[in-house]
Write a protein that binds this ligand. Sequence first.
Ligand SMILES: Cc1cc2nc3c(=O)[nH]c(=O)nc-3n(C[C@H](O)[C@H](O)[C@H](O)COP(=O)(O)OP(=O)(O)OC[C@H]3O[C@@H](n4cnc5c(N)ncnc54)[C@H](O)[C@@H]3O)c2cc1C
Length: 316
Amino acid sequence: MTAGTVLAVVPVRGGALPAGAAETVAEAGGRVLLVGDELGPAADALEDLATEILLAEAGPYAPGRWAGELAGHLAGEDLVLLPGSPDGRDLAPRLAAALDRTLLTGAVLAGPDRVVLARLGGRRAEEHHPEGALVVTFEPGCRSVPAPAPDRPRPVRRALGPAPGTGSPGTAPPSSDATVVGVSPPDPASMDLAEAPRIVAGGAGLGEAGAFALLARVATALGASMGATRVVTDAGWVGHERQIGTTGVTVGPRVYLALGISGAVQHTGGLGHPEHIISINLDPSCPMMAMADLAIVTEAAPLLEALAARLGVDGG
Ligand SMILES: Cc1cc2nc3c(=O)[nH]c(=O)nc-3n(C[C@H](O)[C@H](O)[C@H](O)COP(=O)(O)OP(=O)(O)OC[C@H]3O[C@@H](n4cnc5c(N)ncnc54)[C@H](O)[C@@H]3O)c2cc1C
């Protein structure tokens, strides 16, 4: 395929964008279709990044129905790109089926001519050169989002009407969608690390398994999720599902607190682009300290204990 069109499709719940939305829009070159309910705030949040925003007010979460309603609008797009968030991963296969297209999941680079997928937890890159139109999910945390240029024009916003052969978005008959009976707020202690907005992570510099039990309690007190390096997960101090990095989870937190982490490239490769990084380490010149907005040169374990005391967390 030669130069083709790319459109990000981003599911929205109650005006909130999912993890990885901005990166997906950036990867799509600024064109985005928002589908869901209360799209105004979601569109506002993409104002500095998008070039064109299509709005499909389609009511509460219903990926099967949404896919049927959107297919007619997407038929002319060569590459339909969704964030690899839980809702994006739900909607993508339904869209692929409705459009009768191949679905590729877990992309770290996506264009109409070349799609690169992360496989084996990031240890292998699988390259595709598509010959037809595709639906692709894009991994949150795997690219940066450009800063807005001062004189950039405001994006064009357009509400979608009915696609050819369908009703208006939100009016299709019920499909085989699951019924949403309730939405529980995420529990930072158990939520998917990839979705966590705040992460408190520990490395070998924390010294021993007991420090990670305290780290987990401090993370909970801060409304954060706990992460770790591979040295820590290999030692069995915490489970492998908490490992951040190229062979662990790719994350995209806004705030990252790193205790006793050197910042090896295999770790930071899965870190995304946090807005704020705080690093505590004895070595002022290690990569994690160089990346930090706030770098504190001190022993990690006593600092963790002091933080726990300050937060009223049981020292165990
Ligand atoms: C193929 C491959 C894949 C990998 N994948 C991953 C991955 O997905 N994720 C990952 O994390 N790693 C991964 N690694 C391992 C990676 O290369 C590093 O070895 C690892 O990230 C280092 O973890 P660390 O920072 O905890 O330990 P270290 O590199 O040993 O760093 C410990 C840090 O703690 C500091 N320190 C020591 N004592 C104290 C103290 N008392 N107080 C404060 N600071 C202290 C030190 O100055 C140092 O900066 C991979 C490696 C390979 C080869």
